[in-house]
Design a protein around this ligand. Structure first.
Ligand code: NAD
Ligand code: TYD
Length: 339
């Protein structure tokens, strides 16, 4: 089975994963028209999409997924919506949860309503492994209950509930991905890996919460985008997919690997006060997505090297982001470890 689309509305594609996805789509399926809708929050960056400006079959619209009239107008002219748009950083959700509820929950409802009204082929919601909450042992399956523990993950869980309610009540042709932690080029320097790399470039301390023992499944963004593509074009309507590598890496292992690649001393690592409600482990059962024919291709060692190289070679991309509001956030977020 394979779908074809004339035109897609890709919301939130000025951010990290969305811009990498548009790059994949434009390269591999140039016949599909792409309309990007993005609010350009602090995390949205037109530089991520600069190469597509004024190319045929591509259009950028500056706007909010919560804007009912705008979304309705754009949805009238496409076959499907892929939604990346969200507030995405756990630490910021602890400081300003309302922004997360507005965009992640209400915004998703606005997109679902438009997709229903205009009888779209697919509504693909990009969700997260964080909806399962901390997993002390074993691996989360798609059928496991939600136990979100941060305002971010609670808002993403709520967005899934809204979309699933639309699927049940109105037959919305829904697909959902629950991905582990993506990393790679174009990631805003607030998530762990770009914080570590950009700090190391400047010989600043690499902050690790508590003892750096929290485990994540780090997925190279190109692999993650290939999974999204596979699901969008080939998965049966109604399906939900975990997407990850199955590997487990601690924050301390990531920091040490970054420093080793860059030839910098381990003494740059600084343990700082823990994140409130920190989830110490996520782990996914990825058998369902592998049955669809997808598997990760880039090892963590290779992906991290490529990512370090990208940040070293693209200072002009990230350095302007680390100014003004960024440092206000940074100072609020990172506090000394009191043992
Ligand atoms: P990001 O923070 O880099 O980008 C988010 C984008 O959404 C930005 O361009 C921003 O301007 C836009 N946006 C925010 N609010 C908006 C609104 N109201 N209207 C329109 N646009 C808006 O995020 P990302 O890391 O690329 O994540 C993309 C999606 O993938 C999110 O839904 C996130 O929850 C999900 N996800 C991310 C990861 C990860 O590791 N980064 C893992 C699993 C799932
Ligand atoms: P993060 O990149 O924020 O993603 P997640 O949404 O999965 O929490 O954090 C990844 C892990 O790294 C998580 O266990 C928190 C930890 N972390 C640090 O130790 N230091 C940091 O500066 C950041 C941002 C995260």
């Amino acid at each position: 089975m394979s779908r074809s689309f004339r035109s897609l509305l890709v919301a939130g594609a000025a951010g990290f994963i969305g811009s990498n996805f548009v790059r994949l789509l434009r390269r591999t399926r140039p016949e599909v028209e792409v309309v990007v809708l993005d609010k350009l929050t602090y995390a949205g960056n037109l530089a991520n999409l600069a190469e597509f400006e004024r190319t045929p079959g591509y259009r950028f619209v500056h706007g909010d997924i919560c804007d009912v009239a705008l979304v309705d107008q754009l949805a009238a002219d496409v076959d499907a919506i892929v939604n990346f748009a969200a507030e995405t950083h756990v630490d910021r959700s602890l400081m300003d949860p309302y922004a997360f509820i507005e965009t992640d929950v209400r915004g998703t409802a606005v997109l679902c309503e438009a997709a229903r009204k205009h009888r779209h082929q697919v509504m693909l919601l990009i969700s997260t492994d964080e909806v399962y909450g901390e997993v002390r042992e074993g691996r989360s399956k798609e059928t496991d209950p939600f136990r979100p523990r941060s305002p971010y993950s609670a808002s993403k869980a709520a967005s899934e509930h809204i979309a699933m309610a639309y699927a049940e009540s109105f037959g919305l042709p829904l697909l959902v991905t629950r991905s582990s932690n993506n990393y790679g080029p174009h990631q805003y320097p607030e998530k762990l890996i770009p914080v570590l790399i950009t700090n190391a470039i400047d010989d600043r301390p690499l902050p690790l919460y508590n003892d750096g023992s929290a485990v994540r499944d780090y997925l190279f963004v190109e692999d993650g985008c290939r999974a999204i593509d596979e699901i969008l074009f080939d998965a049966p309507i109604g399906a939900v997919y975990n997407v990850g590598t199955g590997a487990e890496t601690t924050g301390l292992q990531v920091a040490e690997a970054v420093l080793d690649i860059m030839g910098k001393p381990r003494s740059l690592i600084e343990f700082v006060a823990d994140r409130p409600g920190h989830d110490y482990r996520y782990a996914l059962d990825i058998s369902r997505v592998t049955e669809l024919g997808w598997e990760p291709q880039v090892s963590f060692a290779e992906g991290l090297e490529r990512t370090v190289r990208w940040y070293v070679e693209h200072e002009g991309w990230w350095r302007p982001l680390k100014s003004g509001e960024y440092w206000d956030y940074y100072r609020r977020n990172y506090r000394p470890l009191v043992s």
